[in-house]
Design a protein around this ligand. Structure first.
Ligand code: DAK
Length: 259
């Protein structure tokens, strides 16, 4: 299968597939076409019996710097509703094969949310996690307010979501967001090693165990996600969303109106 924005190695190691986000110039910003390719690739791997674990990675500088702001900047609430990106995120949520994110550099906004949608995170010491959407006039829209809060607790999540502050790999480890930190030259190797351990386990038990762990919070999560989604869409009706995203594109500080 030919992809433009991702690379897929179905057997990077025994039972382990590797999917790499590949839009390096844009810091792997998650444009719709990339998300579409990623969703399709993950579903195909999920359907293959000899794929027991999937590692999702970016490059040393960025796992992903978020949804593509340039693509979103001109959109209004109705455009966002029509495009319905959420359906792709919902499909990724349904992948049964365990997913491990191998994160180096920026994991911001949708990039942080994508890492959190994975079941485990192996980070390089340069990894930075953040939900900076507030700085461009919106808020997290793909689970950030819900999964981050569950992972790092209310106080830290509130600070990250309300100020856009990034946290280091060490802070993320201490907070329980990630599984381990390794030097930058080893993070992918370490994620593949962990994936190999998972891939060696009985596949049905692995899938059911994953489902059961996710169940520990998913029923509350679904309510939270609906609430988050409604608020996220509403923000595309504001002038501050237009201003925040235009300011990013034009490389200038935003002027907030509160409207
Ligand atoms: N979108 C588009 N382009 C981006 C980008 C992004 N998120 N992040 C970086 N780039 C581009 C930059 O514009 C720049 O392009 P050129 O100027 O070279 O053309 C290039 O990547 C390199 O970036 P910088 O020159 O800015 O590099 P620096 O090292 O100086 O800074 C940075 C790196 C990561 C701190 C900075 O690029 C930055 O602040 N990026 C934006 C981070 C951000 O705000 N992320 C959140 C985006 S909003 C949803 C699903 C998901 C979402 C929402 C809804 N649904 C399911 C509905 C998610 C929303 C978001 O993620």
């Amino acid at each position: 299968m030919d992809y433009q924005y991702i690379d897929v190695q179905p057997q990077a190691a025994a039972g382990v597939a590797l999917v790499r986000l590949n839009r390096p110039k844009e810091l792997n910003a998650l444009c719709l076409a990339l998300m579409e390719e990623l969703t399709r690739a993950l579903e195909q791997l999920d359907a293959e019996a000899d794929c027991r674990c999937i590692v999702l990675t970016g490059n040393d500088r960025a796992f992903a710097a978020g949804a593509d702001i340039k693509e979103m900047a001109g959109r209004g609430a109705i455009d966002m509703l029509r495009i319905d990106q959420f359906s792709m995120w919902e499909r990724i949520k349904k992948i049964k094969t365990p997913l491990i994110a191998a994160v180096s550099g920026f994991a911001l906004g949708g990039g942080c949310e994508l890492a959190m949608l994975c079941d485990m995170i192996v980070a390089s010491e340069t990894a930075r996690f953040g939900q900076p959407e507030i700085k461009i006039g919106v808020m997290p829209g793909a689970g950030g307010t819900q999964r981050l809060t569950r992972a790092v607790g209310k106080a830290r999540a509130m600070e990250m979501v309300l100020t856009g502050r990034f946290i280091s790999a060490e802070e993320a480890l201490a907070a329980g967001l990630i599984n381990r930190i390794v030097p930058v030259e080893l993070y992918l190797q370490e994620a593949l090693k962990l994936a190999g351990e998972v891939a060696a386990m009985p596949p049905l038990a692995t899938q059911l165990a994953k489902e059961a762990v996710l169940h520990a919070f998913n029923s509350f999560l679904d309510h939270g996600l609906v609430h988050e989604r409604k608020n996220f869409y509403t923000l595309f009706a504001t002038e501050d969303q237009k201003e925040g995203m235009a300011a990013f594109v034009e490389k200038r500080p935003p002027q907030w109106k509160g409207a």
